[in-house]
Design a protein around this ligand. Structure first.
Ligand SMILES: *Cc1c(COP(=O)(O)O)cnc(C)c1O
Length: 224
């Protein structure tokens, strides 16, 4: 049987030596499974549900960097703000306002990515590319003192049409560059383009991803 540690090191061997961070997406997998990756030296994990993250945070060592990647409800923001390392799924200004409020309460500055919607499916949350540009251009230095805008997160359509997937990643990269050279110019913290999952991360990296979110290839199929 292939172990988590083996699959983790196989995935790592396919990543460039520098410039691409790996978020191991551990959602729906128990703490013991995450522990195997932890014991193999990995520290960066992604979760998509607040209650599940809370439980795992309590069960596992506190030097883990927890990334939140799922749709976040306003009333649950407060539970993860004290310890979450990065929120990838900021999909509205309403949720951002709540992140700011809760981060101020605990005197933290929280790393956030704006989730941008480019895929064909209309079920996905997020800003449109134009909304993302407009919003970031509207920021002033003191709009969100407890939020550090680190970049953009996106997902490609769930299709085996590689031409389409590649075009969507290229669109996210173009948006990222536009914002980095425009609205966020001079802000060196804006450095993260989170795109790529198990089935498409190689293509995402070719198109300029700096952070991949990989679950199934490392931990196996999820049981819902
Ligand atoms: C579940 C999930 C992933 C990981 O997906 P895999 O196909 O298992 O690699 C990545 N990003 C987001 C936003 C997810 O919800």
């Amino acid at each position: 049987m292939t172990t988590v540690a083996t699959r983790l090191s196989e995935v790592k061997s396919t990543l460039p030596a520098t410039g691409v961070q790996l978020v191991a997406v551990s959602k729906f997998h128990p703490a013991e499974t995450i522990r195997e990756a932890y014991d193999a030296g990995h520290r960066c994990f992604g979760e998509s549900r607040v209650q599940e993250l809370q439980q795992k945070y309590d069960q596992l060592p506190h030097d883990i960097e927890w990334h939140f990647i799922g749709h976040l409800q306003t009333n649950k923001v407060k539970y993860i703000i004290p310890y979450v390392a990065m929120i990838h799924s900021v999909d509205s200004t309403r949720i951002l306002d709540e992140i700011e409020r809760q981060a101020a309460r605990v005197d933290r500055v929280v790393d956030c990515l704006l989730e941008v919607h480019v895929a064909q499916e209309d079920t996905k949350f997020g800003f449109s590319p134009q909304e993302c540009c407009d919003f970031l251009a509207s920021l002033t230095v003191d709009s969100y003192p407890h939020v550090r805008f680190r970049g953009i997160m996106g997902m490609a359509s769930n299709t085996d049409d590689e031409v389409q997937v590649r075009a969507e990643f290229a669109q996210l990269k173009a948006l990222f560059d536009t914002v980095r050279n425009g609205a966020m110019a001079g802000n060196s913290s804006f450095d993260t383009l989170s795109m790529g999952m198990s089935l498409d991360y190689r293509m995402a990296i070719e198109e300029g991803s700096t952070m991949v979110r990989i679950g199934t290839t490392i931990f196996g199929e999820r049981e819902y």
